[in-house]
Design a binder for this molecule. Structure first.
Ligand code: ADP
Ligand code: ZN
Ligand code: ZN
Length: 803
């Protein structure tokens, strides 16, 4: 038998399967989707088994050295999905596969076998390895063919379980347990043990009273029977107790109590939206659905109901949520409904915790996964539904290899499993909306809020007028008045600012000098903590200058308004107000995000001031005023999606107001009140915005009318970058069809990052069947320069960022 193996070397020349001989003793062990160690040149490296065959074209093949996984880490579906991702995103197969495996087991983990049968009942071939214990080292067992096949048998009938033995930091937790040997519980222990062994008798009596026939954690015995571990050790030695260890999952939510929520009866529009999803599920047909529902229309309830139907069918569901809205509040809604059937995957988990959640999925112990982008790879094999909440979110696109879009992956898996894919948003991406308009996706609309709640009134304040009146503060007169009013009424306020830090940048008033990063072509940002200037791209920092390094002037001025500065201004203007500030600085520690929100929910503060991270998911009834301090900050970025992102953000933020009985009000402050994205957001009119934006997209040749590919070339030597970029643009012009437009090469919006110069080419196209092949060839052609001279050519299909 031979194994076709994808080796762990991300390079063009290794981006194919290599043949290896499966030695006889490993024959039963090797299956597609497992990792193996194989000889490669002088080294021994990891690889994924892609296929097991009886033939090879080669005359001499080297043998597989070692099997790393007791069972496949990648299913057949995943192996195929990886191929598709590698192709579509122009990355190496190995890169695609690695991204689907939890990082905790990406190294070369040791494995342990745990048996649940009496040691006397073990097959002869295995007995020596267990040696009376319930654990054995996997690596030892698989050395001989007899033991290996006995092990295989036992794994198949579930009497042993093989698991990775992870290092302490990421490894699983084990709980030490004891149980009464042979289940002989109700004996007179003081007679058997002797009256002097008071403590031992005490322990045995307690255990036989409470745990006569099952195992109990050692700690519990110690605490309740008031004995030390020495006492229990003695009892184990004497053979009265049997020691065992069972693994405990690290549950990041273990300290929280989830109350079963009441299921509200659905509104008419929720029922209408749910029906097609259920139908597709029952018919087992692939059906992408776009759920366009205004904020507060009850999209989450539709998700929950469709998952209920999925579970009734005995199937599984994946729910994708953007990282920043994966709040405990969000998770709670799923846990409350589905309890322990839910696994949660997000980036705040340690790699060990992530691995635990992954393992629950792998072992079919859960049926629902709620998670950020990479949860789309949850290794379910009987999927009945994939849900993508806030489907327009740019964070669903991974910005690093493999540059996949979770929406595309979800659609692929939906097709594979013949099941519905439900994409929901109050502000769908124009790409999805266009597809829904052409019936590629089924459009489900929920135009009204639940409980007849009205959409909040939005007022747009022209900040140019404020400036004319001499008001230089961050607050218009109107906003300040309304804030005072809410403080008196004891209602809550949310203030939104799309920036962080004390001040965006620093400038010399005398000569106009602005400090920028010496390694990146980017202005430094001032942070009040430590009075330092920081680069947001490479982390470079320096102390704030006292005088201008160019002209020596002492007139250094802060430009832009950051959250810290606004907080200080509130304290000055409304000293009675309690403010909670949420930005990257106040929420960097694990759990702090949650704590701040909790305290706001409990009414411990009047004002919540924050950046993007407060735009989503907050559902607090007492918020009646939302202020957007500077709506323009996003509008003028060099990105064709700037108006769309502005519209989305304003809609999301204003969706925080008036979600309950109290009506909400929104004030949007801007220097460009006439802009269509601001005007349509004011009237909550997604359709009008989409119409107008589509005209702009068509005019500019952008998605959804054209596809985009962005190629960025970077190197320390500017001349080399320019030359390479020009050659690439040339090559593309020659090879692509005349309909394709190749823009550039031009300098990237950020011309230098970490001392490397950056140029880019953009391809706009409608139909280029050869493009993927051409880009792959390009990669191969520059392979040597990339490997040896540190040249980077990054290819981004359907880019979300243009920096
Ligand atoms: P969206 O995700 O569309 O913004 P949510 O799902 O958060 O809306 O729902 C808004 C609020 O309405 C939530 O507090 C939710 O519990 C409540 N809700 C949803 N559906 C119903 C219903 N059918 N009856 C009563 N309340 C509902
Ligand atoms: Zn100066
Ligand atoms: Zn920098």
């Amino acid at each position: 038998m031979y194994a076709k193996v994808i080796v762990d070397v991300a390079a063009a020349r290794t981006d194919k399967a290599f043949d290896y001989l499966i030695p006889e003793e490993l024959e039963e062990m090797v299956h597609p989707g497992m990792r193996v160690m194989v000889p490669f040149g002088p080294r021994s490296i990891q690889g994924f088994v892609w296929e097991v065959t009886e033939h090879t074209e080669l005359t001499r093949v080297k043998p597989v050295k070692e099997v790393l996984d007791p069972s496949p880490v990648l299913t057949g579906e995943m192996l195929e999905l990886g191929e598709w991702i590698a192709e579509e995103t122009v990355c190496f197969l190995i890169t695609a596969y690695q991204s689907m495996v939890p990082s905790a087991i990406r190294a070369k983990p040791k494995k342990i076998i745990r048996s649940n049968v009496e040691s006397t009942n073990l097959p002869e071939a295995l007995k020596p390895f267990f040696d009376g214990k319930n654990e054995a080292a996997w690596d030892d067992v698989v050395q001989t063919k007899e033991a290996a096949s006995a092990l295989k048998q036992m794994t198949a009938d579930g009497s042993v379980m093989v698991d990775y033995l992870l290092k302490d930091k990421t490894g699983k937790k084990v709980t030490r347990m004891v149980r009464i040997e042979g289940g002989k519980a109700d004996e007179d222990y003081s007679r058997i043990l002797g009256a002097k062994a008071v403590k031992q008798v005490q322990a045995m009596n307690w255990i036989s009273r409470h745990y006569a026939d099952k195992a109990v954690p050692v700690r519990e015995v110690q605490e309740n029977a008031r004995v030390t571990s020495g006492v229990l050790q003695a009892l184990i030695k004497k053979g009265f107790l049997l020691e065992e260890s069972i693994e405990a999952y690290r549950d990041p939510y273990q300290n929280r109590v989830f109350t079963e929520s009441e299921r509200p009866s659905l509104t008419k529009q929720q029922e209408k939206a749910l029906a097609p999803v259920q139908n597709a599920l029952w018919k087992q047909s692939y059906e992408p659905c776009l759920l366009h529902g205004v904020t507060g229309s009850g999209k989450t309830e539709v998700y929950l109901r469709s998952i209920e139907s999925v579970l009734k069918e005995g199937k599984e569901a994946i729910v994708l949520v953007p990282e920043i809205s994966l709040t405990p509040q969000m998770v709670e809604r799923f846990k409350a409904r589905f309890g322990s059937e839910v696994a949660v995957l997000h980036s705040a988990l340690s790699s060990g915790e992530k691995y635990d959640e992954w393992r629950k999925i792998h072992r079919r112990e859960v049926k629902v996964v709620v998670g950020a982008r990479s949860a789309v790879f949850a290794p379910f094999s009987n999927l009945g539904l994939l849900i993508i909440d806030e489907e327009h979110e740019g964070s669903y696109k991974q910005e690093d290899h493999p540059r996949y879009h979770a929406r595309q992956v979800a659609l692929w898996r939906g097709r594979w499993h013949s099941c519905p894919v439900l994409m929901g948003s109050a502000t769908p991406s124009l790409e999805s909306y266009a597809r829904a308009s052409r019936n590629v996706y089924r459009l489900l609309e929920m135009p009204k809020r639940v409980n007849e709640a009205v959409m909040p009134e939005v007022e747009v304040m022209d900040m140019r007028e404020e400036l004319k009146k001499g008001n230089r503060s961050a607050f218009s007169e109107q906003l300040l008045e309304k804030m005072q009013d809410r403080l008196e009424k004891k209602e809550q306020i949310v203030l939104f600012l799309n920036r962080r830090g004390y001040s965006t940048f620093v400038m010399c008033r005398s000569c106009g000098y602005t400090p920028s990063c010496p390694h990146c072509e980017i202005t430094l940002t001032y942070h009040n903590t430590g009075r330092r200037l920081k680069c947001h791209y490479c982390g470079y920092g320096e102390p704030l200058m006292q005088t201008c390094p160019d002209c020596g002037s002492e007139h250094i001025r802060f430009f832009g308004t950051g959250t810290q500065k606004v907080e200080e201004e509130i304290t000055r203007l409304l000293p009675e107000a309690d403010v909670i500030r949420m930005d990257v600085d106040t929420t960097s520690r694990k759990g702090s995000h949650e704590k701040l929100l909790d305290s706001f929910r409990k009414g411990e503060a009047d004002i919540l001031l924050g950046t993007q991270m407060i735009a989503k998911g907050l559902d607090f009834p007492k918020i009646t005023l939302v202020g957007v301090l500077a709506a323009d900050t996003m509008l003028h970025l060099p990105d064709f999606r700037a108006p769309e992102r502005t519209f989305q953000l304003l809609t999301q933020v204003s969706g925080r107001a008036g979600r309950d009985k109290l009506p909400g009000e929104v004030i949007v402050q801007t220097y460009t009140p006439e802009h269509y994205s601001i005007q349509h957001a004011k009237w909550h009119d997604f359709h009008a915005f989409a119409r107008e934006e589509m005209v702009q997209r068509k005019r500019g040749g952008y998605p959804p009318y054209f596809y985009l590919t962005l190629i960025t070339i970077a190197h320390e030597d500017a001349a080399k970058v320019m030359k390479t970029a020009a050659r690439i643009a040339d090559l593309l012009r020659k090879q692509l069809s005349p309909e394709a437009r190749i823009l550039g090469p031009t300098v990237s919006p950020i011309a230098r990052i970490k001392d490397r110069y950056r140029y880019q080419c953009m391809i706009k196209y409608k139909n280029e069947p050869e493009l993927i092949r051409i880009l792959n060839d390009l990669n191969a052609q520059y392979q040597k320069e990339m490997a040896e001279e540190n040249l980077t050519i990054s290819i981004d299909m359907e880019p979300q960022m243009f920096m």
